[in-house]
Design a protein around this ligand. Structure first.
Ligand SMILES: Cc1cc2nc3c(=O)[nH]c(=O)nc-3n(C[C@H](O)[C@H](O)[C@H](O)COP(=O)(O)OP(=O)(O)OC[C@H]3O[C@@H](n4cnc5c(N)ncnc54)[C@H](O)[C@@H]3O)c2cc1C
Ligand code: SF4
Length: 445
């Protein structure tokens, strides 16, 4: 349910239309925030929608799950709470849907150029929409059975409902974009077939290689990657085949290793599956409650945050290292120890040491590894295309061009695991680069 009109216009009225809108600087897609705030304040909702959709392909998604770096850089936030920009963004787009203003875009004059977009997350979908607008013939390939990437199969439904993503996918289909699900490029279709059938290729396959924890006992039953667990729950919610042996937290003592957002999503999902207890551990020290001097406004504040999932009933512990998974066939506990971090040296490097005699055991019937993602999967598609990688193992790009002619890359596949707003922006910018490569100019914004 949306907040009352009065609350929304009051928030919009708090916007000071600053000379330098730092909120706009904080937002990766450069949403026209002071402009849409003014329109909302004036009751001109349709104009607010016009401003919003001019920069952001999927405001209904960012309006729900963006961490809102815009709000962290809002000038009003220097003296009191920032303007609730994300809430306004969601209100504008939901009003637009309710009023029937959101219609499929008409593509530009057909160029006949065939483009394959590989991966249907926010970067792939944003690129597909922009390239289709520019008149190109776009086909999106997705290895899973549903379009949307992590928006559909990673982020839990209690944060972002599948229907919201699918409502947008339906519009994209009506715009003329072709979608091929269950199409794992590199397997079926092969890379050779893609190169034969398409003039240009856009790689938007995400950063899917999870960081592992190769400590003794890693092979015990009950130790899972976070994504295997989250993916299965999203499939279960959508009443689809869960694809593999069941992973459930029901009646278990769950330990989530990794203190970030993926870990937090595991916490919320475990609680919904009726886990006996949920503990989340993190190797880094607890962040400070307030900004540190070396992390000033309008930067993103690296401070302690508590997600709604964590509030639901999770024990959190920081500066803890996992040393061994203990059990016979199944995991029963984790041997842990406390660690100490040194102050950063002149290059910002910190050293970790294990505190002597600080060992302890955590009971665990199920362990979820949520320590981030190292890079995209190299085996298969990327190796077969012969794409160069950067020093972190991501696809190396120069203004979105890869090392192979007519193949571009964007989103997490090129930048590493990031945020939806950054993936949308990256997809848009790549589309502009591809359009320019084709036409010699681009009118895409
Ligand atoms: C659990 C979790 C929760 C998150 N929560 C948030 C959040 O709340 N807010 C936020 O802003 N960000 C969040 N993120 C980060 C955000 O989801 C990603 O940064 C974003 O989705 C990246 O978009 P992308 O398009 O680059 O890749 P993805 O969304 O990863 O999409 C890539 C797609 O490519 C497909 N693919 C890969 N290889 C192939 C192939 N060979 N053939 C065909 N298809 C292929 C994959 O199946 C996938 O569907 C979260 C991430 C995770 C893991
Ligand atoms: S996309 Fe994110 S950063 Fe941009 S206005 Fe919306 S909530 Fe703020």
């Amino acid at each position: 349910m949306l907040p009352s009109e009065r609350r929304l216009t009051t928030q919009a009225a708090r916007c000071m239309d600053c000379g330098v809108p730092f909120c706009n600087w904080g937002c990766n897609v450069k949403n026209l925030i002071p402009e849409f705030n003014e329109y909302v304040y004036q009751g001109q909702w349709r104009a607010a929608y016009g401003a919003l959709q001019s920069t952001n392909n999927f405001p209904e998604i960012t309006g729900r799950v963006c961490p809102a770096p815009c709000e962290a850089s809002c000038v009003a936030g220097l003296v009191e709470e920032p303007v609730t920009i994300r809430m306004l963004e969601k209100a504008i787009i939901e009003k637009a849907f309710a009023k029937g203003w959101v219609k499929p875009n008409n593509p530009g004059p057909a160029t006949g150029v065939k483009i394959a977009v590989i991966g249907s997350g926010p970067s792939g979908l944003a690129a597909a929409q922009q390239l289709n607008l520019a008149g190109h013939d776009v086909t999106v390939f997705e290895k899973n059975e549903v379009i949307g990437g992590l928006m559909s199969l990673g982020i839990p439904d209690f944060k972002l409902e599948l229907e919201i993503v699918q409502r947008r996918v339906k519009l994209l289909e009506q715009e003329g974009i072709k979608f091929k699900v269950n199409s794992h490029v590199g397997k079926n279709p092969t890379v050779k077939k893609i190169l034969k059938d398409f003039d240009y290729v856009c790689l938007t396959g995400g950063s899917e290689k999870p960081r592992d924890l190769p400590i003794p006992g890693r092979k015990l039953k009950g130790v899972h990657f976070a994504m295997d667990f989250l993916l299965q729950q999203n499939r279960r919610n959508a009443e689809r085949d869960i694809q593999g042996p069941e992973i459930t937290a029901k009646d278990k003592c769950v330990v989530v290793i990794g203190g970030g957002d993926t870990g937090s999503d595991c916490v919320g999902t475990s609680i919904r599956q009726k886990a006996k207890s949920v503990t989340q551990i993190e190797i880094l020290p607890a962040p400070p409650r307030k900004r540190k001097e070396n992390n000033p406004w309008p930067e993103w504040p690296n401070i302690m945050r508590t997600s709604s999932s964590q509030e639901e009933g999770c024990k959190r512990d920081f500066a803890v290292i996992s040393q061994e998974f203990v059990g016979k066939k199944k995991v029963e506990a984790i041997k842990c120890a406390r660690v100490k971090w040194s102050k950063p040296d002149k290059d910002g490097r910190t050293m970790m040491t294990v505190i002597p005699d600080s060992e302890f055991e955590l009971k665990a019937d199920m362990v979820l590894l949520a320590m981030g993602f190292v890079h995209p999967v190299h085996e298969g598609m990327l190796n077969d295309f012969g794409i160069d990688l950067d020093e972190r193992g991501n696809v190396a790009t120069d203004n979105f061009r890869t090392s192979v002619a007519n193949i571009f890359a964007a989103g997490d596949m090129a930048t590493g695991q990031s945020l939806i707003v950054r993936a949308i922006n990256s997809g848009r910018e790549m589309a502009k680069a591809v359009d320019k490569a084709i036409k010699g100019y681009s009118h895409l914004s």
